[in-house]
Write a protein that binds this ligand. Structure first.
Ligand SMILES: [Zn+2]
Length: 245
């Protein structure tokens, strides 16, 4: 893997890997740079749902989704939904926002962007996921951290297993406050199911409001090598899926 994210190559490789794993594509939207595609393999519900590439300057998420797909980690027999590249124009331009300047991951309450409209319409047509994992990066940090939104049973062991798995690549981000949030323990933000800014919901809040009981948002440090960021995301997702029951 190089430190370059190439959109046409990504689309081709993801399609190849996902088709090989029996996933079916659905084009949610045609953008100026190509299709916004989601992938699905039917099975027992409720689904497991992985989201990546909503911020175009965070290529580790899409590349991790690709690697997880190539490695065949998604549980066979369970309904799995994968959105590997939610912001096609941003991924081409390598900008956080889409081409029109919208931060899609703040647009899930008002839904002013065509990407968000198409995505929420699709999500609403599917069963509410039992587990949601969203793959992000942070330009200001050096370690790994994650947000958890949990409407069910508390499970601190799961959080520590997750940090342990990722520690092969990154330590937990130091500091008792990250991105304006007090941590529950190092690297772990236990977030309520409410948006920090009421008019600017991220995807995770929209899903929580819909009843998704368990949501994780991973944040790897953009300053580090891309390979390590991708591996860290993969290790985290693998750990959650391994312990899934
Ligand atoms: Zn992000």
């Amino acid at each position: 893997m190089t430190d370059i994210f190439d959109w046409p190559t990504f689309l081709r490789e993801f399609s190849h890997a996902a088709a090989g794993q029996g996933f079916l594509p659905e084009i949610l939207l045609e953008t100026e740079v190509g299709p916004l595609i989601v992938w699905e393999r039917k099975g027992e519900e409720p689904p497991i749902y992985i989201s990546a590439g909503i911020h175009g300057d965070e290529p580790a998420g899409p590349l991790a989704a690709l690697k997880l797909m190539e490695d065949g980690v998604f549980p066979v027999g369970r309904h799995c939904m994968i959105c590997p590249a939610l912001n096609p124009s941003g991924l081409v331009l390598k900008t956080r926002e889409n081409r029109q300047g919208a931060d899609l991951n703040r647009d899930y309450v008002h839904q002013l962007s065509p990407e968000t409209v198409a995505h929420t319409r699709w999500l609403a047509s599917r069963p509410v996921p039992a587990l949601f994992v969203s793959l992000h990066e942070d330009w200001e940090t050096n370690g790994f951290y994650f947000y958890e939104i949990n409407l069910g049973e508390d499970d601190p062991q799961r959080a520590s297993d997750l940090l342990e798995a990722v520690s092969a690549h990154f330590p937990a981000e130091p500091g008792l406050e990250i991105d304006g949030h007090a941590v529950r323990s190092l690297g772990w933000i236990y977030h309520r199911a409410e948006a920090d800014l009421p008019d600017f919901w991220p995807e995770a809040i929209w899903l929580a409001k819909r009843g998704c009981p368990l949501s994780f948002t991973f944040e790897t440090p953009s300053k580090a090598a891309l390979t390590a960021r991708v591996e860290a995301h993969c290790a985290g997702v693998r750990t959650l899926l391994m312990n899934w029951r």
